[in-house]
Design a binder for this molecule. Structure first.
Ligand SMILES: [Zn+2]
Length: 261
């Protein structure tokens, strides 16, 4: 089988942190890619770098090579009412172009986004349809005889609470998670901006997943297996990326797509 390479769009946010962590549990090299498109928030790239350094320090969970963060500057994308038109299509295209120029063919290239259920409900380019469309176009028009390109998002069926649960379950430090969701308005948390509202839900999940008594532990294990099942389903057809890494994800994925969690 052709080699597989993972390229993960690293935005510095919570979704991106969890996506990177999951990609690093596969057996195939991970290259985190940060796209500079004229965003005003300087913390994003710094935060993405911290995520990569954290992963590199987590030898017990990382089953593959994690490369240094790659930064691609694409100039300024037009924005209106906080919406950046064509952003994710541009990101997928640049990530694919970078992959094609660095990976030796024949190869399977997986481009990972950190879209979740909440965003899919609001933005057209954070949906399952977008992932399918981007996959079809990039695969068809970029050297299909040499490369097989797939665009995926492991968090597609998860909400922010669920992400908090998994982050705690994977033992990712709360401080790192919190610094990945800074307040947009001030140094202190305003509690009202979109980032603070998302943070509340992530924190609620993280706190819920603190291990308590035995009964709670059983509930937690059950819930986590459902979430991991949803991650595997979102990666549809890519279960083999985890094989044979000794991870909870591998165990759940091997159960087949309709197995009970
Ligand atoms: Zn805020």
């Amino acid at each position: 089988m052709a080699d597989t390479h993972n390229f993960v769009l690293a935005s510095g946010g919570v979704d991106s942190l969890l996506t990177l962590y999951i990609a690093a549990q596969t057996l195939h090299p991970v290259t985190p890619v940060f796209i500079e498109y004229g965003q005003k928030w300087l913390w994003e790239r710094e935060s993405a770098s911290m995520h990569v350094e954290f992963l590199k320090s987590r030898h017990k969970d990382v089953h593959t090579i994690v490369n240094d963060l790659v930064t691609i500057k694409i100039g300024s994308l037009p924005q209106k009412n906080h919406y950046v038109y064509g952003r994710n299509l541009a990101f997928a295209t640049y990530a694919a172009a970078h992959a094609l120029s660095t990976v030796r063919p024949p190869a399977r290239i997986i481009i990972w986004f950190g879209f979740n259920r909440d965003e899919a409900a609001v933005f057209e380019d954070n949906t399952e349809q977008f992932l399918q469309d981007a996959t079809r176009v990039l695969r068809h028009y970029t050297l299909p005889h040499l490369f097989s390109i797939h665009v995926v998002s492991p968090l597609l069926y998860l909400g922010k609470f669920d992400e908090g649960v998994l982050l705690r379950y994977f033992d990712i430090p709360l401080q790192l998670v919190e610094s990945s969701a800074p307040c947009y308005e001030s140094q202190e948390r305003c509690g009202k901006c979109p980032s603070c509202r998302h943070w509340k839900r992530v924190l609620a999940g993280y706190r819920w997943a603190e291990v308590g008594d035995l009964l709670k532990r059983e509930d937690l294990e059950f819930y986590v297996r459902i979430l991991l099942r949803l991650v595997c389903d979102a990666l549809g057809g890519f279960e083999d990326v985890f094989h044979p890494a000794p991870t909870a994800l591998r165990e759940v994925c091997e159960g087949g797509s309709h197995a009970k969690p």
